[in-house]
Design a protein around this ligand. Structure first.
Ligand SMILES: C[S@@+](CC[C@H](N)C(=O)[O-])C[C@H]1O[C@@H](n2cnc3c(N)ncnc32)[C@H](O)[C@@H]1O
Length: 286
């Protein structure tokens, strides 16, 4: 709950504001996060039948880390369109496409549910659409899934990777101070229109948009242990998001401090590990 006693250090967020923010440190974190999860992303794209010459839509592409991999896979005869509501992310992605000589990758600013307003984006034009860690943040995921479905060719595939039961994330051995902050993170997402359980609803939304389901699976990844690369995934997230969570009033300074004390202790404990937030993937076909 926002703490009324705490002075407001940031403007009050609107329910439409993207809760994680889009600052340069978050941009860097997204790059690191993409590296950690790129094996799962590539496995899903290949399962969906990605191939040279195809056209791919990356919705909520952020700074374009996945889109640029996709552009290399589809090659110069294919094309990739990345859409995000963040202007700085889209500027970064277009700049990277130019520097990396990938003219087949193009990026545009738009709301994910409003992609039909983009002049260059034709309905029924895409072989593959990819959406990772976006539908858990949007207030109307049904509208986004329906908008994407309209832009797929007949036979085109929608590939989604997102969270289910995010709030089960915990550290082992368990800690009440740690779990209080995880609950506050999830509440902040919900208050901004998101759903940290989104994957539980997405197969139904895909069916409602006229798609059929080819594949649903939990994504297995390495267990995060102190000192491992995967341990750095939540570690980078705390650094970016917990100060913001405190500014927004979802945790107190004392909550924040208690959390970091637990995290520091577990980070030095060779018997500790993290139960990471479960990630699922879906391939739906038009
Ligand atoms: C956690 S990032 C994930 C970025 C990228 N999909 C990835 O996997 O690296 C979420 C992204 O969704 C974008 N986003 C959130 N809500 C959006 C909306 N309604 N329309 C377009 N983009 C949105 C944010 O700007 C941010 O770049």
């Amino acid at each position: 709950m926002p703490d009324p006693a705490k002075p407001a250090t940031t403007p009050a967020p609107t329910s439409r504001e993207y809760v994680l923010g889009t600052n340069p440190v978050e941009l860097e974190r997204l790059g690191f996060q993409h590296r950690l999860w790129s094996q799962a992303a590539h496995a899903l794209w290949f399962r969906a039948g990605i191939a040279p010459g195809q056209s791919v839509l990356d919705i909520g592409c952020g700074p374009g880390f996945a889109s640029l991999d996709l552009a290399q896979i589809v090659g110069p005869k294919g094309h990739v369109v990345g859409i995000d509501e963040s202007e700085p992310y889209i500027a970064f992605a277009n700049d990277q496409a130019r520097k990396r000589h990938l003219p087949q990758a193009k990026f545009a600013v738009a709301d994910a549910a409003q992609i039909h307003t983009l002049d260059d984006l034709q309905a029924g034009a895409f072989d593959i659409a990819y959406v990772r860690w976006v539908l858990c943040f949007v207030p109307d995921p049904a509208a986004v899934v329906a908008a994407i479905a309209r832009h797929l060719k007949p036979g085109g595939r929608l590939c989604i990777q997102d969270y289910f039961r995010y709030e089960t994330m915990c550290v082992a051995p368990r800690s009440e101070a740690f779990e209080r902050v995880i609950a506050a993170i999830a509440k902040s997402w919900r208050d901004h229109g998101g759903d940290p359980d989104i994957m539980g609803r997405l197969p139904r939304l895909a069916l409602d948009a006229g798609l059929s389901i080819d594949h649903i699976s939990r994504i297995e990844i390495a267990t995060a242990r102190p000192g491992s690369t995967m341990w750095n995934w939540p570690d980078t997230f705390w650094k970016v998001f917990l100060p913001r969570l405190e500014e927004l009033g979802y945790i107190t300074e004392a909550d924040h401090r208690a959390f970091l004390e637990v995290w520091q202790a577990r980070s030095a404990d060779p018997a500790a590990y993290m139960h990471l937030p479960p990630m699922y993937e879906v391939i739906a076909r038009k």
